[in-house]
Design a protein around this ligand. Structure first.
Ligand SMILES: *Cc1c(COP(=O)(O)O)cnc(C)c1O
Length: 195
């Protein structure tokens, strides 16, 4: 059985995020990797503080050092430096989302290089400063891909460039939706008939 329920758009309009340097949504030995309702609890207070500063979401970092980027709000997160996508490897603290997995495969299918590796906050800050950071986007079932316009880290705001239709986020979102809507080939066999 598949039960559907309508939801509002998660984010109306622009998404700016603040990088967590104090709070965490999940920790080692916890259940951050699972779709557990309890996982949301720890994110509400930091998200409220972020909202008071004008940010729609928190970019979560690892709980012990806050040096590595892990997730964006309730989504997995991808960074594009030059023409390469990067997303963190899954762990105790990171949800093994099907959208993340699908985007890694779609990137491969479309000759977009995609690295799965630890990614430091300092790398993203440097890449933003030298202009090689092109995109950041969240990935999850509800929004598929949610582009992020900029981030704050330690009281400095970093804006991302506007790329428009050629962004990896719009290309990959189109590819994903056309598979979901039965409008393109499904070479990975993701579509299943519900009988
Ligand atoms: C739901 C969720 C995701 C995305 O998972 P999908 O399977 O792609 O929907 C990522 N991170 C967190 C914390 C989530 O709750």
């Amino acid at each position: 059985m598949i039960i559907c329920s309508p939801v509002q758009a998660y984010y109306a309009g622009e998404v700016r995020v603040v990088i967590a340097d104090k709070y965490s949504r999940s920790a080692n030995g916890g259940v951050g990797f699972a779709k557990a309702a309890g996982n949301y609890a720890a994110s509400f207070y930091p998200a409220k503080l972020a909202a008071e500063q004008g940010y729609q979401q928190v970019l979560w970092t690892d709980a012990s050092t806050h040096e590595y980027l892990e997730e964006a709000g309730t989504m997995n997160v991808f960074f594009r430096i030059n023409d390469t996508l990067i997303t963190a490897p899954i762990s105790d603290r990171i949800l093994d989302g099907v959208t993340r997995k699908s985007l890694i495969q779609l990137a491969k299918d479309n000759n977009i290089s995609c690295e799965v590796r630890a990614i430091k906050v300092s790398e993203i800050v440097e890449a933003s400063k030298d202009g090689t950071l092109k995109e950041i986007f969240g990935a999850g079932t509800a929004a598929v891909i949610s582009p992020i316009e900029g981030f704050e880290y330690k009281e400095t705001y970093y804006e991302l460039p506007e790329i428009g239709d050629h962004s990896y986020s719009s290309i990959l979102k189109d590819k994903m939706l056309s598979i979901q809507h039965n409008l393109s080939d499904d070479k990975n066999g993701w579509r299943l008939e519900v009988k």
